[in-house]
Design a protein around this ligand. Structure first.
Ligand code: NAD
Length: 536
């Protein structure tokens, strides 16, 4: 690893030149095939310069992970937990540094970056103690002198692919539980955030994790990500866990399926928020603003479809639109007070600018806020940064969208929402469930009956009542249904199911061969069922 001069971005720091982490060694630092991560608030700031891993590096990393597996899985789980605890402590020690690096690399406001790093600390704290549980069960046998029990066993080498919008928290959701369960890891971080991943990898090393237990191969999706997928077919990976777009997730699901593996797929969303006519409008407006435009709409749980009861729709928008217009956009490294920073990468900017074409296909939709790239000399009020240097955009809003519109059915992954006006709760819940996605959802109402109906009828994996569509805690399951995921969950005890397989054991101390069902004692009841009448 070295830090080199960063012409064009000196005020942000130097450029990190790093390499893959394979079997405890940094490799590929001098490789010619490389890619760079740029600070999206100031794109001439080259944050990191990394080698692009291919099939060779992925195979080496898988071999290292396989070789390390036997020893790591037999390390007592509470001892594995101690290392996880150390990882958490090191992250805590470096929280400010990591948050600032994350902000520089993906443009997330510092307050959110600190929250993201905190989520990894919380995850480590939770799973350190899971090392002292990882409970199996004792199960009664139907035969005498026979004991039944279950144990969780690790799955083996886990291939992990993660997205760039949560480059620290989401990898921690996968790596930490995989490790506590006794698995070893080959991680392909997002090409948007290799420096953040490199810092994380260094913490694993510093915490005393044995060589080969966590390996990191950097690169783009098309090359390195594809090499990870190919490694499933080659039998080098026993479990794949992916966070990213639905398109790539479906592809991974197909490959895992033909190898009879259960993948963990955490994918996109078009998340609905319902605001009923009895809602506290100011509270709902605040929640909707954050859900729609916080993080520049670049959360998988960001609001997509805002479903307003017709009676309050105008009142709601009269409060919402001025707030959306006055959001503070800017460079997060030097301005702590911004609402959101730049879009993470150029491909997100292109997709955001192109979404208007899709929204305008609607026969009914009316454009209220035509979000556009911020131009030098025409910056919105309060803007802080250099518009000509970064990937900054203003928020977008379409009213009178129909749930059947392509815009209402498609994740944009930027600060844009569509308003769908409805007559009543039945229409609202139909719209909320009216996309193929099913990640997050929210309702604003104080009506207890409607809250109950919402809880029972919404098909998303996560729901908020009188709160935003976003947010996660280390001990609550996170994940979606339909096109948002295959039903596996991250976080909390539920993720342990993703990284272990059950082992059922029976011990027979009877001294003979006893066969279940055949040698089981028969129980004869006193009465007799008279079934003759049934046939009459
Ligand atoms: P993406 O699918 O393009 O990339 C995600 C990861 O997959 C990256 O590491 C990328 O390099 C890799 N990748 C890309 N193409 C690949 C290929 N052909 N083969 C193998 N790997 C490949 O996603 P993105 O656009 O960078 O990220 C945004 C998406 O991630 C959004 O859809 C968002 O909703 C989703 N996301 C979901 C969650 C969740 O928990 N459900 C969390 C964060 C982001």
């Amino acid at each position: 690893m070295k830090l080199v001069e960063n012409r064009g971005g000196e005020r942000y720091g130097k450029t990190l030149v790093g390499g893959h982490l394979i079997n405890g060694r940094t490799v590929g630092e001098n490789s010619k095939e490389r890619f760079q991560s740029l600070n999206p608030a100031w794109t001439s700031d080259v944050v990191a310069d990394f080698p692009q891993g291919g099939a060779k590096e992925v195979a080496q990393a898988c071999d290292a992970a396989k070789a390390a597996f036997a020893k790591w899985k037999s390390t007592p789980a509470p001892v594995r937990g101690e290392i996880i605890g150390k990882i958490g402590a090191l992250i805590r020690e470096q929280k400010e540094f990591l948050s600032r690096l994350l902000t520089r690399e993906i443009g997330k406001p510092l307050r959110e970056a600190r929250g993201e790093v905190q989520e990894a600390i919380d995850t480590a704290a939770f799973f350190q103690s899971e090392g002292r549980r990882l409970y199996g069960q004792t199960v009664p046998s139907e035969l005498r002198n026979k004991a039944l029990e279950t144990h969780r066993r690790p799955v083996g080498v886990c291939g992990l692919i993660t997205a760039g919008n949560f480059p620290f928290a989401v990898p921690s959701w996968k790596i930490i539980p995989a490790l506590i369960c006794g698995n070893t890891v080959v991680w392909k971080p997002s090409e948007d955030a290799p420096a953040t991943a490199f810092a994380f990898a260094n913490i694993f090393k510093a915490a005393g994790l044995p060589d080969g237990v966590v390996n990191v191969v950097y690169g783009t999706g098309a090359v390195t990500g594809q090499a990870i997928i190919d490694a499933i077919d080659k039998g080098l990976i026993n479990k794949i866990s992916f966070t990213g777009s639905t398109e790539i997730g479906r592809k991974i699901g197909e490959v895992a399926g033909r190898n009879l593996q259960i993948p963990s797929l955490e994918l996109g969303g078009k998340n609905p928020m319902i605001v009923m006519d009895d809602a506290d409008i100011d509270l709902a407006v605040t929640g909707a603003i954050w859900s729609a435009y916080g993080t520049g709409g670049q959360r998988c749980t960001s609001l997509g479809n805002l479903i307003l009861h017709k009676k309050i729709a105008d009142k709601f928008l009269n409060k919402f639109v001025p707030k959306a217009k006055s959001l503070i956009i800017g460079d997060p490294t030097f301005n702590e007070g911004i609402t959101y920073g730049p879009l993470i990468a150029d491909r997100f900017l292109k997709r955001y600018l192109a979404h208007h074409k899709m929204a305008k296909k609607s026969k009914t939709a009316e454009c209220i806020l035509e979000g556009a790239r911020v131009k030098k000399g025409a910056e919105p009020q309060g803007f802080c940064g250099d518009a000509s240097k970064g990937l900054f955009v203003t928020p977008s809003l379409y009213d009178k969208v129909l749930i059947t519109d392509e815009f209402a059915q498609t994740e944009v992954f930027g600060p844009t929402i569509g308003v769908i006006r409805v007559e009543d709760f039945d229409e609202a819940i139909a719209a909320a469930n009216g996309t193929k996605y099913g990640l997050s959802s929210s309702i604003y109402t104080d009506n207890a009956k409607l809250r109950l109906r919402f809880k029972n009828e919404i098909t998303a994996g996560m729901s908020s009542i009188n709160n935003s569509t976003t947010g996660a805690e280390a001990h609550l399951p996170f994940g979606g249904n339909g096109w948002s995921g295959n039903g596996t969950r991250e976080s909390g005890i539920w993720v342990v199911d993703a990284y272990t397989k059950w082992h059922a054991i029976n011990t027979d101390d009877s001294g003979g061969l006893q066969l279940a069902q055949m040698d089981t004692e028969e129980v004869h009841g006193e009465g007799a069922a008279d079934l003759d009448g049934l046939m009459a």
